[in-house]
Design a protein around this ligand. Structure first.
Ligand SMILES: Nc1ncnc2c1ncn2[C@@H]1O[C@H](COP(=O)(O)OP(=O)(O)OP(=O)(O)O)[C@@H](O)[C@H]1O
Ligand SMILES: [Mg+2]
Length: 393
């Protein structure tokens, strides 16, 4: 009897997406399961705290004033910092109101926002994590707003006070994704009760991660499709010499495969298609989870394209030819998964630039151009000179 030849398995470019998969990628959904494998975090449920409405009102208000008492690592007692202290009332760079914070006549009319419990929750996380946190909402960090805080050697989004956290959130466009259910669940398979759920107010969480000095050369993104770990890509757009040897690449693949098989595959609730980010240890032999995201177009495939990932998947699941057709000369071994991609030369099209990734969210283009090759003091001086010149011309 002839052996039936299995039909070739085909896949769509993207799998069908369900709300459950998006929910599974919220930090609060996976944190308890992977607590030992990720950065220590505190998740603040704003509704439970009783300040969700006030927080949203403050965030949505077209105002540059920060919630009262949010300055400083420690809550101020009798000597509360007043509205003119250091970075209180710092303006969004794209704000059109030009001098609200500097006019004392306006300060008497300034709206006052109260988020005392949230201030306390952020300070409690700061205490727990040695004085600094990395903030994000349900899924998204305000990394497009990193410019608003002084840059530290530790990296961006380094927050040491509630006001730092508020400034980032207020200045970020990215986090608006998490505040709008329609955007957060875009592309999901429509269920019967979809409409009602879509227009429900999102459950809002502030995630405060212990701040860690991250070396971007050890960040990677991993793709799982149809319950197979198909690809790993370097995350940072820079050529790194130490990622070039076969030995290193094999070590990284082995580490990721082991972590995925032993810890993630059976325990992650987001189905059989998802993407996760890892931070490798210096010797590449272990890794910590940074976060998860759904397998969908809006998740950046970085050095891959989704077409390439599809082709890797289809090759992996392509049925083997029947035994009697297999000869030593015709068998092409399938590539061992996952496929690892790193930038392999300085001239690689993705190899970056010294400019920060979200510069277009940051400042007027002239300002960026003007800053090239200058340190902060030089830039400040030159910028002021240019402005003065511009005013007199
Ligand atoms: N605990 C932390 N301490 C310091 N930096 C961090 C921390 N967690 C993440 N980062 C840095 O911030 C980047 C973004 O973090 P995260 O993935 O949590 O946010 P995101 O909004 O989901 O970003 P993306 O869309 O790039 O995945 C990471 O790639 C890493 O470089
Ligand atoms: Mg992420």
């Amino acid at each position: 009897m002839p052996i039936p030849i299995p039909t070739r398995t085909t896949f769509d470019l993207f799998p069908t997406l369900y709300r459950e998969q998006i929910d599974a990628a919220r930090t609060s959904s996976w944190y308890d399961t992977f607590e030992d494998l990720t950065f220590q975090s505190t998740i603040v449920d704003l509704a439970e705290l009783g300040e969700e409405e006030d927080f949203l009102n403050w965030l949505e208000e077209d105002s540059i004033f920060l919630p009262e008492g949010s300055e400083g690592r420690y809550a101020a007692g009798a000597s509360l910092p007043n509205a003119s202290s250091n970075n209180m009332n710092r303006q969004r760079s794209n704000s059109t109101s030009s001098d609200a914070s500097s006019k004392s006549s306006i300060s008497s009319e300034a709206p006052i926002y109260h988020l005392p419990k949230l201030n306390a929750a952020i300070r409690s996380a700061l205490d727990k994590y040695g004085g600094s946190v990395f903030p994000k909402l349900n899924w998204t960090s305000p990394k497009d707003a990193a410019f608003i805080l002084p840059q530290t050697a530790s990296g961006p989004l380094y927050c040491t006070s509630p006001s730092d956290v508020y400034l980032l959130l207020k200045s970020s466009d990215f986090i608006s994704h998490d505040l709008d259910n329609e955007r957060a669940y875009a592309g999901c398979e429509e269920g019967e009760e979809q409409d009602a759920v879509t227009f429900m107010k999102p459950k809002l969480e502030l995630v405060l991660k212990k701040y860690c000095d991250i070396n971007p050369s050890r960040e990677i993104r991993c793709f799982v499709r149809n319950n197979a770990l198909i690809g790993i890509t370097q995350r940072d757009n820079v050529f790194y010499d130490h990622l070039q040897s076969d030995e290193t690449r094999i070590k990284i693949c082995d580490t990721v495969r082991a972590l995925w098989e032993d810890e993630v595959r059976e325990n992650y609730d987001g189905g059989i298609d998802y993407v996760f980010d890892l931070y490798l240890s210096p010797n590449f032999q272990s890794a910590q989870i940074i976060d998860f995201q759904p397998y969908r177009n809006s998740t950046d495939p970085l050095l891959f394209t989704y077409e390439e990932l599809l082709s890797i998947l289809e090759t992996a699941f392509e049925p083997l030819p029947p035994c009697d057709e297999v000869t030593a000369t015709t068998t092409i071994p399938k590539p061992r998964l996952p496929i690892f991609k790193a930038i392999d030369s300085q001239s690689h099209p993705s190899a970056n630039r010294n400019a920060p990734t979200y510069q277009s969210n940051m400042m007027p283009f002239e300002m960026i151009e003007f800053s090239q090759g200058r340190n902060l003091d030089e830039f400040k001086e030159a910028w002021e000179e240019a402005l003065a010149q511009g005013l007199t011309e």
